[in-house]
Ligand binder design. Structure first.
Ligand code: G1P
Length: 295
């Protein structure tokens, strides 16, 4: 069996302003808003870690330094917890913390689009395949979305994009793929388009925010070609890379919450609360009462 270069690094674009969540995001980055008991960004980092990622690259912006603090040791806090014998809290902190030298931070100085944010990570990624996770998209599944993608990549190599079904009327909001022949665990991608105008989408499979990409994408991104919304789009760069490299789609079957929208954020909170048995027991009567009131 051919073995492909392993996916060791992951890029997390976290430079967005989060204007949809003002005033909550005035002083707190939107990636640090909590879904139940973890900041949004932590879900993506944990998903990456479960998939075997060893280096976590954050493309940040101004006022985002608290993200860097979150993924560092908090010496005083840990000391206090140790003194008070709070072993469980200490373990919770240690569980998700990347090791020394496993994180890198760079800045996207101007909001020129997702493709531009990814390009800002080019030196940190270097000449190897990498994962790209859009942290706004919080995934709920027993098996992480990226883990399943890595398994597909180990069979196919090339580039992998996670996709999901969406209502046809919603396709204009996302990147959408055109599907080709099935492969073991996925399908070949024969085309893709960013935010297709209503009625023109090649399928109703949208790009849900998880990618495995080959480093050749950076040469294309460095041309800074603008696309939908006047921004440098990762989808356009991938469509060009597809002319010389293979792209495969993975169909995610878990649940995805778009935590960049209030609706998705609240739904994620409810869904992840219901995943914790104790909270679920406490909340169920409350939800039932609310539904009854609304009927
Ligand atoms: C980005 C991508 C798009 C993808 C979406 C998922 O769009 O460009 O292809 O479908 O994320 O959330 P954005 O949400 O930044 O407009």
């Amino acid at each position: 069996m051919t073995s492909f270069k392993p996916v060791r690094k992951a890029v997390f674009p976290v430079a967005g302003l989060g204007t949809r969540f003002l005033p909550a995001t005035k002083a707190v980055p939107k990636e640090m808003l909590t879904v139940v008991d973890k900041p949004v960004i932590q879900y993506a980092v944990e998903e990456a870690r479960a998939a075997g990622i060893e280096h976590f690259i954050f493309v940040t912006g101004r006022n985002k330094s608290v993200i860097e603090d979150h993924f560092d040791i908090q010496v005083e806090l840990e000391q206090t917890l140790r003194e008070r014998g709070k072993a469980e809290a200490l373990a919770t902190l240690a569980e998700f913390l990347p090791g020394p030298g496993q994180t890198s931070f760079t800045r996207q100085q101007e909001p020129l689009g997702l493709g531009h944010a990814v390009w800002c990570a080019r030196e940190l990624v270097g000449d190897e395949p990498f994962a790209l996770l859009l942290p706004d998209m919080v995934m709920q599944d027993v098996d992480g979305c990226l883990s399943s993608m890595v398994r597909l990549y180990e069979r196919t190599g090339g580039n992998i994009i996670a996709t999901e079904e969406v209502a046809w009327e919603e396709t204009h909001k996302y990147g959408v793929v055109e599907t080709g022949e099935a492969v073991d665990g996925g399908f070949q991608i024969t085309g893709m388009v960013e935010k297709p105008p209503a009625g023109t989408a090649p399928s109703n499979l949208f790009i849900n925010g998880r990618y495995i990409l080959q480093p050749e994408i950076f040469a294309i991104l460095s041309e800074h070609q603008k696309g939908a919304g006047g921004e440098i789009q990762i989808t356009d760069a991938m469509a060009r890379l597809m002319q010389i490299q293979k792209f495969y789609g993975y169909r995610f079957t878990g649940r995805t919450f778009d935590c960049g929208s209030k609706e998705g954020f609240v739904k994620a909170n409810v869904a992840f609360a219901m995943w914790q048995p104790e909270l679920a027991d406490a909340l169920r009567p409350e939800f039932e009462a609310l539904i009854e009131q609304a009927e």
